[in-house]
Write a protein that binds this ligand. Structure first.
Ligand code: SF4
Length: 249
């Protein structure tokens, strides 16, 4: 029997038993948490932002366990997983007990949950969405979120530095017309690995891989570029190569 918190339930958003796209270099299963306080117009999982489908944690642990033979990790996604702190901590602990690596995709608005997970060494990887430059954050998201997201960024950056996290990246979902935002977010977020993800809506054509590379040319560090047509590639601009050569002396 795998230990877990008494009577903890998850507002369940779905389960993918095998994914090769949620964690570069790993086959994982993905647990989706229902609910998110934010309402991004481009959300790909809008169907699980609200509503209720409560499941016992034990049931979800069984799903994870059932995928174990084909996977080496679990990704917690949503919705916003950190909104359900008790369920997320219990599932991450259960995954650890099963010998699985744990990854989290988060918007960072619940830093207390991140702090608990990192404090108990229950996470290996965090992908943190950064939606805009800090000055535009609260207006864009329609709430007072910026301080929480900044705290999440600081927590994860420090955890990566001190070895409590093995992987940390920030993810920018980019839409045509917002190119200037990228260099500002990159500067405001420190030296963390950065993913430029092609934003897709019905209203404007998405940026191509070539256009995203050209935007990444303005950033002095290596970038992962993620598009529907090309998957995920590592892109190192001339500027980024020069910067890393300087750092190496
Ligand atoms: S923060 Fe993430 S889950 Fe929430 S609405 Fe935005 S894209 Fe969707």
């Amino acid at each position: 029997m795998i230990p877990y918190g008494d009577a903890i339930q998850l507002n369940f958003g779905g389960f993918i038993p095998l994914s090769t796209v949620d964690w570069r270099g790993r086959s994982v299963c993905t647990v989706f948490f229902r609910g998110c306080p934010v309402r991004c117009t481009y959300c790909q999982n809008a169907a699980i932002l609200a509503g209720e489908d409560f499941r016992d944690i034990e049931e979800v642990i069984s799903l994870i366990n059932g995928s174990k033979l084909a996977t080496s990790g679990v990704v917690f996604s949503g919705g916003e997983p950190t909104m359900q702190k008790d369920a997320l901590v219990a599932l991450a602990r259960a995954a650890r007990n099963l010998g699985l690596a744990t990854g989290l995709q988060t918007n960072g608005v619940f830093p207390d949950t991140l702090e608990a997970l990192i404090g108990d060494r229950l996470l290996d990887r965090v992908a943190l969405d950064i939606k805009a430059r800090w000055a535009r954050y609260n207006n864009l998201l329609g709430g007072n979120y910026v301080k929480n997201v900044q705290r999440s960024l600081d927590l994860c950056t420090e955890a990566l530095r001190n070895g409590a996290l093995s992987e940390f990246q920030i993810v920018i979902t980019l839409f045509r017309g917002y190119d200037d935002e990228v260099a500002i977010i990159a500067a405001e977020s420190g030296d963390v690995d950065l993913v430029l993800q092609q934003g897709v809506t019905e209203r404007v054509p998405p940026l191509s891989e070539k256009e995203l590379k050209s935007i990444a040319d303005g950033i002095p560090r290596r970038v992962l570029i993620r598009t529907r047509e090309g998957g995920e590639i590592v892109y190192e601009s001339d500027r980024s190569r020069r910067t890393s050569r300087k750092r190496q002396g």
